[in-house]
Design a protein around this ligand. Sequence first.
Ligand code: SF4
Length: 378
Amino acid sequence: MKYASEFRDPKAAKAILAAIARAADSIGATRERPVHIMEICGGHTHAIFRYGLDKLVHEGVEFIHGPGCPVCVLPMSRVDECVEIAERPEVIFTTFGDAMRVPGTKRSLVQAKAAGADIRMVYSPLDALDLARRSPGREVVFFGLGFETTTPSTALSIQAAAREGLTNFSVFCNHITVPEPIRALLDDPHMTLDGFIGPGHVSMVIGTHPYDFIARDYRKPIVVAGFEPLDLLQSVLMVLRQIEDGRAEVENQYARVVPEHGNPVSLAAIADVYERRPSFEWRGLGEIDASGLRIRAKYAAFDAEEKFGIGYAAGPRHVAEPEGCACGAVMTGRIKPPACPHIGKGCTPETPLGALMVSSEGACAAYWQYGGVRAAAE
Ligand code: SF4
Protein backbone atom coordinates (compact mmCIF):
# COMPACT_ATOMS: atom_id res chain seq x y z
CA MET A 1 0.00 0.00 0.00
CA LYS A 2 1.60 3.26 -1.11
CA TYR A 3 2.01 5.89 1.62
CA ALA A 4 1.65 3.28 4.39
CA SER A 5 4.07 0.51 3.41
CA GLU A 6 6.95 3.00 3.51
CA PHE A 7 6.30 3.36 7.23
CA ARG A 8 6.25 -0.41 7.80
CA ASP A 9 9.48 -1.34 6.03
CA PRO A 10 11.22 -4.14 8.00
CA LYS A 11 14.69 -3.18 6.78
CA ALA A 12 14.29 0.40 7.96
CA ALA A 13 12.78 -0.85 11.23
CA LYS A 14 15.84 -3.02 11.89
CA ALA A 15 18.15 -0.07 11.34
CA ILE A 16 16.18 2.12 13.77
CA LEU A 17 16.00 -0.70 16.32
CA ALA A 18 19.79 -1.01 16.16
CA ALA A 19 20.15 2.75 16.69
CA ILE A 20 17.71 2.54 19.64
CA ALA A 21 19.82 -0.24 21.16
CA ARG A 22 23.00 1.85 20.81
CA ALA A 23 21.36 4.91 22.36
CA ALA A 24 19.83 2.84 25.20
CA ASP A 25 23.23 1.24 25.94
CA SER A 26 24.92 4.60 25.82
CA ILE A 27 22.63 6.01 28.55
CA GLY A 28 22.90 2.83 30.62
CA ALA A 29 19.28 1.70 30.22
CA THR A 30 18.77 -1.93 31.28
CA ARG A 31 15.87 -4.28 31.97
CA GLU A 32 16.39 -3.59 35.69
CA ARG A 33 16.75 0.19 35.25
CA PRO A 34 14.73 1.01 32.15
CA VAL A 35 14.02 4.35 30.54
CA HIS A 36 10.30 5.04 31.07
CA ILE A 37 8.68 6.54 28.00
CA MET A 38 4.99 7.37 28.25
CA GLU A 39 2.93 7.19 25.09
CA ILE A 40 0.15 9.60 25.94
CA CYS A 41 -2.29 8.52 23.24
CA GLY A 42 -4.33 5.31 23.34
CA GLY A 43 -3.95 5.04 19.56
CA HIS A 44 -0.20 4.78 20.09
CA THR A 45 -0.68 2.11 22.76
CA HIS A 46 -2.61 -0.02 20.29
CA ALA A 47 -0.07 0.56 17.50
CA ILE A 48 2.79 -0.44 19.83
CA PHE A 49 1.05 -3.72 20.65
CA ARG A 50 -0.29 -4.39 17.17
CA TYR A 51 3.22 -4.26 15.74
CA GLY A 52 4.92 -5.84 18.77
CA LEU A 53 7.16 -2.80 19.26
CA ASP A 54 7.27 -3.34 23.02
CA LYS A 55 9.03 -6.65 22.35
CA LEU A 56 11.25 -5.41 19.53
CA VAL A 57 12.83 -2.43 21.28
CA HIS A 58 15.88 -2.71 23.54
CA GLU A 59 15.02 -4.28 26.91
CA GLY A 60 16.00 -1.05 28.62
CA VAL A 61 13.06 0.83 27.05
CA GLU A 62 9.75 0.51 28.87
CA PHE A 63 6.52 1.94 27.49
CA ILE A 64 4.20 3.47 30.09
CA HIS A 65 0.63 3.79 28.85
CA GLY A 66 -0.81 7.23 29.43
CA PRO A 67 -4.27 8.69 29.95
CA GLY A 68 -4.91 9.46 26.28
CA CYS A 69 -8.07 7.44 25.70
CA PRO A 70 -11.03 9.80 26.20
CA VAL A 71 -13.55 7.05 26.79
CA CYS A 72 -11.29 5.45 29.42
CA VAL A 73 -10.72 8.59 31.48
CA LEU A 74 -14.40 9.49 31.66
CA PRO A 75 -15.55 9.05 35.27
CA MET A 76 -18.44 6.75 35.97
CA SER A 77 -20.58 9.67 37.18
CA ARG A 78 -20.59 11.11 33.65
CA VAL A 79 -21.66 7.73 32.18
CA ASP A 80 -24.52 7.69 34.70
CA GLU A 81 -25.51 11.19 33.59
CA CYS A 82 -25.51 10.08 29.94
CA VAL A 83 -27.90 7.28 30.86
CA GLU A 84 -30.10 9.69 32.84
CA ILE A 85 -30.40 12.01 29.86
CA ALA A 86 -30.91 9.13 27.41
CA GLU A 87 -33.75 7.66 29.48
CA ARG A 88 -35.86 10.81 29.23
CA PRO A 89 -38.82 9.98 26.95
CA GLU A 90 -38.41 13.08 24.78
CA VAL A 91 -34.70 12.45 24.10
CA ILE A 92 -32.89 10.82 21.20
CA PHE A 93 -29.38 10.32 22.61
CA THR A 94 -26.61 10.08 20.02
CA THR A 95 -23.09 8.83 20.62
CA PHE A 96 -19.99 7.37 19.02
CA GLY A 97 -19.99 3.57 19.19
CA ASP A 98 -16.99 3.41 21.55
CA ALA A 99 -18.98 4.77 24.46
CA MET A 100 -21.95 2.42 24.16
CA ARG A 101 -20.66 -0.38 26.38
CA VAL A 102 -18.80 1.65 29.01
CA PRO A 103 -20.25 0.53 32.35
CA GLY A 104 -22.11 3.03 34.51
CA THR A 105 -23.13 2.46 38.12
CA LYS A 106 -26.38 0.81 37.12
CA ARG A 107 -26.14 0.28 33.40
CA SER A 108 -24.27 1.18 30.23
CA LEU A 109 -25.80 3.01 27.30
CA VAL A 110 -26.23 -0.25 25.39
CA GLN A 111 -28.13 -1.71 28.34
CA ALA A 112 -30.26 1.43 28.57
CA LYS A 113 -30.99 1.06 24.85
CA ALA A 114 -32.01 -2.57 25.34
CA ALA A 115 -34.37 -1.38 28.10
CA GLY A 116 -36.07 1.01 25.68
CA ALA A 117 -34.11 4.29 25.67
CA ASP A 118 -33.79 5.86 22.23
CA ILE A 119 -30.01 5.76 21.81
CA ARG A 120 -28.43 5.87 18.38
CA MET A 121 -24.85 5.54 17.19
CA VAL A 122 -23.53 8.29 14.93
CA TYR A 123 -20.23 8.82 13.15
CA SER A 124 -20.16 12.60 13.58
CA PRO A 125 -21.94 15.31 15.55
CA LEU A 126 -23.18 16.52 12.16
CA ASP A 127 -25.18 13.26 11.90
CA ALA A 128 -26.80 14.16 15.22
CA LEU A 129 -27.52 17.66 13.94
CA ASP A 130 -29.16 16.22 10.85
CA LEU A 131 -31.28 13.96 13.05
CA ALA A 132 -32.43 17.03 15.01
CA ARG A 133 -33.47 18.75 11.77
CA ARG A 134 -35.51 15.67 10.82
CA SER A 135 -37.02 15.15 14.31
CA PRO A 136 -38.65 18.46 15.31
CA GLY A 137 -40.78 16.85 18.03
CA ARG A 138 -37.81 15.29 19.85
CA GLU A 139 -34.77 16.53 21.79
CA VAL A 140 -31.61 15.28 20.09
CA VAL A 141 -28.60 15.18 22.43
CA PHE A 142 -25.07 14.51 21.21
CA PHE A 143 -22.57 12.96 23.61
CA GLY A 144 -19.56 15.24 22.99
CA LEU A 145 -16.56 13.24 24.09
CA GLY A 146 -12.90 13.40 23.30
CA PHE A 147 -9.69 15.38 23.31
CA GLU A 148 -8.82 18.30 21.07
CA THR A 149 -9.13 15.99 18.04
CA THR A 150 -12.92 15.77 18.20
CA THR A 151 -13.62 19.06 19.98
CA PRO A 152 -13.73 21.17 16.77
CA SER A 153 -16.36 19.04 15.02
CA THR A 154 -18.66 19.32 18.03
CA ALA A 155 -18.05 23.09 18.02
CA LEU A 156 -18.98 23.28 14.33
CA SER A 157 -22.24 21.42 14.97
CA ILE A 158 -23.16 23.89 17.75
CA GLN A 159 -22.32 26.87 15.54
CA ALA A 160 -24.49 25.39 12.74
CA ALA A 161 -27.38 24.74 15.14
CA ALA A 162 -27.15 28.35 16.34
CA ARG A 163 -27.10 29.70 12.77
CA GLU A 164 -30.17 27.64 11.88
CA GLY A 165 -32.01 28.51 15.12
CA LEU A 166 -32.54 24.83 16.00
CA THR A 167 -34.17 24.48 19.41
CA ASN A 168 -34.09 20.69 19.77
CA PHE A 169 -30.33 20.04 19.57
CA SER A 170 -27.87 20.04 22.46
CA VAL A 171 -24.49 18.60 23.43
CA PHE A 172 -23.56 16.82 26.65
CA CYS A 173 -20.03 18.20 26.67
CA ASN A 174 -17.25 15.98 27.98
CA HIS A 175 -14.43 17.40 25.90
CA ILE A 176 -11.10 17.42 27.67
CA THR A 177 -7.56 18.59 26.99
CA VAL A 178 -4.22 16.77 26.90
CA PRO A 179 -1.63 19.11 28.47
CA GLU A 180 -3.27 19.46 31.92
CA PRO A 181 -3.26 15.73 32.88
CA ILE A 182 0.36 15.51 31.72
CA ARG A 183 1.23 18.27 34.15
CA ALA A 184 -0.70 16.40 36.87
CA LEU A 185 1.32 13.23 36.15
CA LEU A 186 4.59 15.15 36.18
CA ASP A 187 3.65 16.68 39.53
CA ASP A 188 2.96 13.22 40.99
CA PRO A 189 6.01 12.25 43.10
CA HIS A 190 5.25 8.54 42.56
CA MET A 191 5.63 8.75 38.79
CA THR A 192 8.97 8.11 37.14
CA LEU A 193 8.79 9.34 33.59
CA ASP A 194 11.87 10.03 31.46
CA GLY A 195 10.17 11.21 28.28
CA PHE A 196 6.98 11.30 26.26
CA ILE A 197 5.65 10.28 22.90
CA GLY A 198 3.17 13.05 22.13
CA PRO A 199 -0.25 12.50 20.54
CA GLY A 200 -0.34 12.91 16.77
CA HIS A 201 -4.02 13.59 16.16
CA VAL A 202 -4.47 16.03 19.04
CA SER A 203 -1.36 17.91 17.94
CA MET A 204 -2.79 18.29 14.43
CA VAL A 205 -5.28 20.66 16.07
CA ILE A 206 -3.24 22.32 18.83
CA GLY A 207 0.27 22.21 17.33
CA THR A 208 3.39 21.52 19.37
CA HIS A 209 3.70 24.60 21.58
CA PRO A 210 1.16 23.55 24.25
CA TYR A 211 3.80 20.97 25.28
CA ASP A 212 6.58 23.52 25.78
CA PHE A 213 6.13 23.43 29.57
CA ILE A 214 7.12 19.73 29.62
CA ALA A 215 10.59 20.54 28.31
CA ARG A 216 10.95 23.98 29.88
CA ASP A 217 9.55 23.38 33.39
CA TYR A 218 10.13 19.65 33.88
CA ARG A 219 13.21 19.08 31.69
CA LYS A 220 11.61 16.05 29.94
CA PRO A 221 11.83 15.33 26.22
CA ILE A 222 8.65 14.95 24.20
CA VAL A 223 8.37 13.85 20.57
CA VAL A 224 5.03 14.20 18.75
CA ALA A 225 4.62 10.98 16.79
CA GLY A 226 2.70 9.36 13.95
CA PHE A 227 0.95 6.02 14.20
CA GLU A 228 2.91 3.71 11.90
CA PRO A 229 5.60 1.43 13.33
CA LEU A 230 8.49 3.43 11.88
CA ASP A 231 6.94 6.64 13.24
CA LEU A 232 6.91 5.21 16.73
CA LEU A 233 10.38 3.67 16.53
CA GLN A 234 11.86 6.89 15.21
CA SER A 235 10.13 8.80 18.02
CA VAL A 236 11.58 6.47 20.66
CA LEU A 237 15.00 7.04 19.14
CA MET A 238 14.49 10.80 19.18
CA VAL A 239 13.55 10.70 22.88
CA LEU A 240 16.60 8.56 23.69
CA ARG A 241 18.89 10.86 21.72
CA GLN A 242 17.61 13.86 23.68
CA ILE A 243 18.36 12.02 26.93
CA GLU A 244 21.77 11.02 25.60
CA ASP A 245 22.58 14.62 24.69
CA GLY A 246 21.17 16.06 27.93
CA ARG A 247 18.50 17.93 25.95
CA ALA A 248 14.83 18.46 26.85
CA GLU A 249 12.90 19.69 23.80
CA VAL A 250 9.59 19.41 22.01
CA GLU A 251 10.28 17.67 18.70
CA ASN A 252 7.86 16.86 15.93
CA GLN A 253 8.39 13.49 14.26
CA TYR A 254 4.93 13.75 12.65
CA ALA A 255 5.68 16.96 10.74
CA ARG A 256 4.01 15.54 7.61
CA VAL A 257 0.69 16.01 9.43
CA VAL A 258 1.23 18.20 12.51
CA PRO A 259 1.75 21.94 11.91
CA GLU A 260 3.79 23.72 14.57
CA HIS A 261 0.97 26.13 15.39
CA GLY A 262 -1.93 23.72 14.87
CA ASN A 263 -5.00 24.22 12.74
CA PRO A 264 -6.21 27.85 12.94
CA VAL A 265 -9.75 27.09 11.74
CA SER A 266 -10.23 24.40 14.40
CA LEU A 267 -8.66 26.55 17.09
CA ALA A 268 -10.99 29.46 16.21
CA ALA A 269 -14.06 27.19 16.43
CA ILE A 270 -12.89 25.88 19.83
CA ALA A 271 -12.29 29.41 21.15
CA ASP A 272 -15.70 30.58 19.95
CA VAL A 273 -17.75 27.76 21.45
CA TYR A 274 -15.99 26.62 24.63
CA GLU A 275 -14.39 27.94 27.76
CA ARG A 276 -12.42 26.09 30.44
CA ARG A 277 -14.25 24.53 33.36
CA PRO A 278 -12.57 25.39 36.68
CA SER A 279 -11.85 21.66 36.99
CA PHE A 280 -12.99 18.32 35.58
CA GLU A 281 -12.93 14.84 37.08
CA TRP A 282 -10.74 12.21 35.39
CA ARG A 283 -10.96 8.52 36.13
CA GLY A 284 -7.83 7.61 38.07
CA LEU A 285 -6.56 11.16 38.25
CA GLY A 286 -9.36 12.91 40.15
CA GLU A 287 -10.22 16.55 39.60
CA ILE A 288 -7.71 18.39 37.40
CA ASP A 289 -7.81 22.16 37.13
CA ALA A 290 -8.84 23.61 33.78
CA SER A 291 -8.71 20.21 32.05
CA GLY A 292 -12.27 20.16 30.73
CA LEU A 293 -14.25 22.38 28.39
CA ARG A 294 -17.78 23.66 28.79
CA ILE A 295 -20.04 25.41 26.33
CA ARG A 296 -19.93 29.21 26.55
CA ALA A 297 -22.97 31.09 27.87
CA LYS A 298 -23.76 32.49 24.41
CA TYR A 299 -24.42 28.89 23.26
CA ALA A 300 -26.18 27.82 26.51
CA ALA A 301 -29.29 26.83 24.54
CA PHE A 302 -27.21 23.97 23.09
CA ASP A 303 -25.72 22.85 26.39
CA ALA A 304 -27.44 19.66 27.60
CA GLU A 305 -26.18 20.25 31.15
CA GLU A 306 -28.07 23.54 31.25
CA LYS A 307 -31.08 22.23 29.36
CA PHE A 308 -31.60 19.20 31.62
CA GLY A 309 -30.08 20.57 34.86
CA ILE A 310 -27.57 17.75 35.00
CA GLY A 311 -23.82 17.30 35.42
CA TYR A 312 -21.77 20.25 36.65
CA ALA A 313 -24.87 22.45 36.25
CA ALA A 314 -26.33 20.45 39.16
CA GLY A 315 -23.04 20.40 41.12
CA PRO A 316 -20.18 17.91 40.85
CA ARG A 317 -20.77 14.36 41.97
CA HIS A 318 -18.27 11.58 42.46
CA VAL A 319 -18.99 7.88 42.00
CA ALA A 320 -16.52 5.32 43.34
CA GLU A 321 -15.01 2.75 40.97
CA PRO A 322 -16.15 -0.89 41.30
CA GLU A 323 -14.44 -2.89 44.05
CA GLY A 324 -10.96 -4.06 43.06
CA CYS A 325 -11.04 -2.26 39.71
CA ALA A 326 -7.51 -1.15 38.77
CA CYS A 327 -8.52 1.19 35.94
CA GLY A 328 -7.16 4.27 37.72
CA ALA A 329 -3.75 2.71 38.33
CA VAL A 330 -3.52 1.50 34.72
CA MET A 331 -4.71 4.85 33.41
CA THR A 332 -1.94 6.69 35.23
CA GLY A 333 0.78 4.24 34.23
CA ARG A 334 1.32 2.92 37.78
CA ILE A 335 0.63 -0.67 36.78
CA LYS A 336 0.27 -2.55 33.52
CA PRO A 337 -3.09 -4.23 32.70
CA PRO A 338 -1.87 -7.81 33.46
CA ALA A 339 -1.45 -6.71 37.10
CA CYS A 340 -5.21 -6.09 37.41
CA PRO A 341 -6.78 -9.10 39.17
CA HIS A 342 -9.89 -8.88 36.96
CA ILE A 343 -8.24 -8.96 33.55
CA GLY A 344 -9.40 -11.89 31.44
CA LYS A 345 -11.47 -13.19 34.37
CA GLY A 346 -14.24 -10.87 35.53
CA CYS A 347 -13.25 -8.27 32.93
CA THR A 348 -13.31 -9.11 29.22
CA PRO A 349 -14.55 -7.14 26.19
CA GLU A 350 -17.88 -8.99 26.47
CA THR A 351 -18.20 -8.32 30.21
CA PRO A 352 -16.16 -5.16 30.83
CA LEU A 353 -15.70 -3.84 34.33
CA GLY A 354 -13.89 -0.73 33.15
CA ALA A 355 -13.75 1.47 30.08
CA LEU A 356 -10.16 0.43 29.33
CA MET A 357 -11.45 -2.96 28.21
CA VAL A 358 -14.16 -1.43 26.03
CA SER A 359 -12.61 1.38 24.07
CA SER A 360 -10.72 0.73 20.86
CA GLU A 361 -7.96 2.87 22.43
CA GLY A 362 -8.05 1.28 25.90
CA ALA A 363 -4.84 -0.22 27.29
CA CYS A 364 -6.60 -3.34 28.62
CA ALA A 365 -8.23 -3.93 25.23
CA ALA A 366 -4.74 -3.73 23.66
CA TYR A 367 -3.37 -6.36 26.06
CA TRP A 368 -6.49 -8.49 25.43
CA GLN A 369 -6.16 -8.31 21.68
CA TYR A 370 -2.40 -8.30 21.14
CA GLY A 371 -0.74 -8.96 24.49
CA GLY A 372 -1.72 -12.60 25.00
CA VAL A 373 -4.48 -11.99 27.58
CA ARG A 374 -7.20 -13.30 25.29
CA ALA A 375 -5.26 -16.47 24.49
CA ALA A 376 -4.57 -17.04 28.20
CA ALA A 377 -8.24 -16.53 29.07
CA GLU A 378 -9.35 -18.96 26.38
S1 SF4 B 1 -8.87 -5.31 33.38
FE1 SF4 B 1 -10.87 -4.28 33.56
S2 SF4 B 1 -11.04 -3.69 35.73
FE2 SF4 B 1 -8.87 -4.18 35.33
S3 SF4 B 1 -7.95 -2.21 34.81
FE3 SF4 B 1 -8.57 -3.13 32.88
S4 SF4 B 1 -10.63 -2.35 32.46
FE4 SF4 B 1 -10.17 -1.91 34.64
